[in-house]
Design a protein around this ligand. Structure first.
Ligand SMILES: NC(=O)c1ccc[n+]([C@@H]2O[C@H](COP(=O)([O-])OP(=O)(O)OC[C@H]3O[C@@H](n4cnc5c(N)ncnc54)[C@H](OP(=O)(O)O)[C@@H]3O)[C@@H](O)[C@H]2O)c1
Length: 418
């Protein structure tokens, strides 16, 4: 049904007729020779539009969400994503990042049944081989060894006019969201949803205190809302007064400013001179949680992602039988674990990574019902995708989630005849 247009390239924000696929497209590209500061690593280039294999879908990207994973991609560290894919046979030599988006289905490959050309969709950020025995027989495709993050481990992400995804990555766009709102809630929302509901029996129950690190960030903004909807009490951690206000607006029962404490990072050994100060710091942090709650209660779930700086504190303040659930390591991926706290208090340290399709759909449904604020902090232009990642790297980003316009000319359009 799709045809190749005679015009080979369209400006960003200037779509060809529905279903016609130009030969080339603009993309915000990372190349190994530019690894380093995100602002320099991304550059707009013209590349060929990828072929659409069976079971895959080409989507015209209207807006793309910005996430920390492409800060790592731009740095070329801790994984050189281009080299890693090169070892798997990818010959492009470049990386097109972007692990979430809103857009319009533009071409479908053979065998695609669940979406058709013209549908408005949002895209989820993980892919796996559907014929992988671990997917077919396993409890959760996110646990299969064929699982990869699209737009990070996999190429042809959303920072381009067209992106290539598996059919199952397409979900209905929440109708009341603008293109840019729809592009930026899925990755943080579904990741938070899995962390808070996916690890039985440690799921948020009514009244449960939940400590949310980085409460004003992308993940944190989603976690506060989900904890509140599930009947829990979110205690947000932030580093400034305006970020504290942001968290309270989203429903946090209280906020702790982490700059009041100084015991972050490696946990000093029991016999070191620094141990007493560390112990005093972590206990004071625990008391700050009690002050917020108005009672001597500890978090049943600690929502972790800063990693090295905060993990010792997370384990310490977590309630006996509670869970520290970690999906990232912004401040460093080597962290101390005092095993005595883990076994004596029978706490759970749980890794969690993005979300399966059921969890993605749950968050998309909440969004469509108007029960989840996408918390869009700032919308960047296509040419500013590197700048957006630089702001994230520098900790200078707006509170909430971030998006960049691609096919959408102006912010504010829902795509519904407006
Ligand atoms: N595995 C997955 O599927 C998955 C999915 C999404 C994100 N992640 C990872 O999760 C992390 C957070 O993502 P995000 O989108 O929420 O990023 P974000 O929007 O940049 O927010 C992170 C927040 O963490 C706080 N923070 C930064 N350094 C900290 C430190 N040293 N100690 C305590 N808090 C610190 C900051 O808030 P304050 O300065 O106000 O405290 C910041 O706003 C990233 O590393 C990302 O790669 C993983």
């Amino acid at each position: 049904m799709s045809e190749t247009t005679t015009r080979s390239l369209y400006d960003v924000g200037d779509l060809p007729p529905l279903g016609t696929v130009p030969r080339q497209m603009y993309a915000s590209v990372i190349r190994p020779e530019r690894y380093g500061r995100p602002e320099d690593a991304f550059r707009t280039e013209v590349v060929d539009v990828p072929e659409v294999p069976p079971g895959f879908v080409l989507v015209a990207v209207m807006a793309a969400g910005i996430n920390y994973n492409n800060v790592w991609a731009a740095l070329g560290h801790p994984v050189d994503v281009v080299a890693a894919r090169g070892r798997q046979g990818d010959t492009t030599g470049f990386h097109i990042g972007g692990s979430e988006a809103s857009g319009i289905v533009w071409k479908v490959g053979d065998g695609v049944k669940s979406v058709s050309v013209g549908e408005h969709v949002v895209l989820s950020g993980c892919r796996w081989d559907e014929d992988d025995p671990e997917v077919r027989l396993g409890p959760d495709p996110m646990l299969a060894s064929s699982q990869r993050v699209w737009g990070y481990e996999l190429n042809w992400g959303s920072f381009a006019q067209f992106t290539l995804v598996a059919e199952f990555q397409c979900h209905p766009k929440p109708r009341r969201y603008t293109w840019e709102e729809a592009s930026c809630f899925m990755l943080s929302g579904a990741t938070a949803y899995r962390q808070l509901t996916g690890w039985h029996p440690n799921t948020v129950q009514p009244g449960d205190p939940v400590l949310v690190w980085g409460g004003s960030g992308g993940l944190g903004s989603m976690a506060i809302q989900l904890v509140t909807q599930l009947g829990g009490r979110a205690i947000a951690v932030v580093s400034s007064a305006d970020r504290a206000e942001h968290c309270k607006r989203l429903g946090a029962v209280g906020v702790i400013d982490r700059t009041r404490f100084g015991h972050w990072g490696r946990e000093p050994s029991a016999d070191s001179p620094e141990r007493a100060a560390w112990t005093e710091g972590v206990r004071a942090f625990g008391r700050a949680i009690w002050e917020v709650l108005g009672e001597r209660a500890s978090p049943k779930i600690v929502f972790e992602h800063p990693g090295g700086d905060t993990l010792p504190t997370s384990l310490y303040v977590c309630a006996p039988g509670g869970m520290v659930v970690v999906c990232g390591a912004t401040s460093g991926y080597a962290a101390d674990v005092d095993l005595r706290i883990l076994w004596m208090r029978q706490k759970r340290l749980q890794g969690s990574h993005f979300a399966n399709l059921r969890q993605c759909r749950a968050v998309t449904t909440l969004a469509d019902m108007g029960q989840l604020d996408p918390v869009l902090g700032r919308t960047y232009a296509f040419e500013e995708i590197g700048l957006a990642h630089q702001h994230m790297r520098d900790g200078a980003q707006a509170a909430g989630n971030l998006a960049a316009l691609v096919g959408a000319r102006e912010p504010g359009s829902t795509g519904m005849c407006d």
